[in-house]
Design a protein around this ligand. Structure first.
Ligand code: SAH
Length: 346
């Protein structure tokens, strides 16, 4: 083992200079990835947790430059799921043995706090043994508190990029990195299990930006960390930028597993989109979560945050079967529990 990887394993931390060396070359990849897999196996064994993803609205009031669902994209067929439709997705998910549901959507004003609270309560009433995760963007602290009181357990909000200058190049002026970070700290204080993360290879991103992302995560210390390659969407201002790579994403996953040994790290759909074996590569580099799609097939294609998103044509049951096979072949095993993060104390 090289000194670099030994140091990373022992201290679980490195200087910026050392991080720069690892991030900017493929030289350490083999060792980094096998070491990440060893760490994940020590803590999580060969277990992979499932999250049933319900994309319940593609309306969004925001205009993030990278996202296909941005308000100014008039070419999107917009849809919203009713409470009953959401509950029937959960029903199907429960039957397929999912014990975590993730409600994800654009920032859609139709889902007022009252409507959201109602949906959360109904899901938790009907499926008390399941964890409920929200991923609906930036809200006030009061709203986050109401959702938590209604029964939401977890919240996913990627910081997207930690450096202010870079954040401003990816978003309109009405958005700021500071506001995003304040939301994350508020969610943590309220008591949510919090997930954050960033895109890899987004336009203008430098190695320094990636180091800043890791440093920010060390400050936040989230329970879950989701990363995926940026993938260009043809109806956004970033249509002409090239997408991020699987190689750098996988390297960053392996690095994250070293810096956050206990974190829940998904092997994302974006990684599977950029590389047909991307999700397997992510799992072998330390990821321990996959998030199969539970949205009704009739709307799946309309939740196109980036081009050519995979798994939009299959029924949920097929999706689960396909993923289960892929996970087994990669050398891991699906477990059907809520899949909360383990901690050093337990
Ligand atoms: N509105 C919610 C959910 C956003 S979609 C929120 O703001 O949190 C979930 C994630 O998809 C985003 O956080 C972003 O990191 C990622 N994403 C958006 N557009 C993308 C693109 N073009 N390529 C790759 N990932 C993208």
């Amino acid at each position: 083992m090289t000194d670099m990887i030994r140091k990373l394993r022992e201290n679980r931390d490195l200087s910026d200079e050392e991080l720069r060396e690892i991030i900017s070359s493929a030289r350490f990849d083999d060792e980094l990835i096998s070491s990440a897999d060893m760490i994940r196996r020590e803590i999580y064994s060969d277990e992979v947790y499932l999250r049933g993803l319900i994309e319940f609205t593609n309306y969004c009031r925001r205009n993030c430059f990278y996202c296909g669902l941005r308000a100014e994209n008039k070419a999107v067929n917009r849809y919203r799921l009713s409470k009953e439709e959401i509950l029937s997705c959960c029903e199907e998910g429960y039957r397929l043995s999912y014990r975590t549901f993730v409600l994800q959507g654009g920032e859609d004003p139709y889902y007022t706090d009252d409507r959201m609270t109602e949906i959360i309560k109904s899901i938790k009433e009907r499926f008390p043994d399941c964890a409920l995760t929200l991923s609906i963007g930036e809200k006030s602290r009061e709203s986050y508190q109401r959702f938590f009181d209604a029964g939401a357990d977890r919240y996913l909000l990627r910081h997207e990029t930690a450096k202010d200058e870079h954040y401003r190049r990816l978003h309109p002026e009405s958005m700021s990195s500071q506001a995003r970070k304040e939301c994350l700290f508020a969610l943590k204080e309220i008591g949510y299990q919090v997930g954050s993360g960033f895109m890899v290879g987004s336009p203008f991103q430098t190695t320094e930006d990636l180091i800043a992302d890791l440093r920010f995560l060390q400050e936040l210390h989230p329970d879950m960390i989701g990363i995926g390659p940026f993938i260009s969407h043809h109806q956004t201002p970033f249509r002409d930028f090239s997408s991020g790579t699987a190689a750098l994403t996988v390297r960053m996953i392996a690095l994250l597993r070293h810096l956050f040994p206990y974190a829940l790290i998904p092997s994302t759909t974006a990684l599977g989109t950029i590389d047909p074996m991307g999700r397997e590569k992510g799992l072998k580099a330390g990821a321990n979560v996959v998030m199969p799609n539970l949205s009704p097939v009739s709307v799946r294609k309309q939740y196109e945050i980036y081009d050519d998103k995979i798994c939009t044509g299959e029924e949920s049951a097929q999706c689960k079967g396909c993923l289960e096979r892929r996970i087994n072949i990669a050398g891991y095993r699906i477990v059907t529990s809520r899949g909360d993060a383990k901690t050093a104390e337990k």
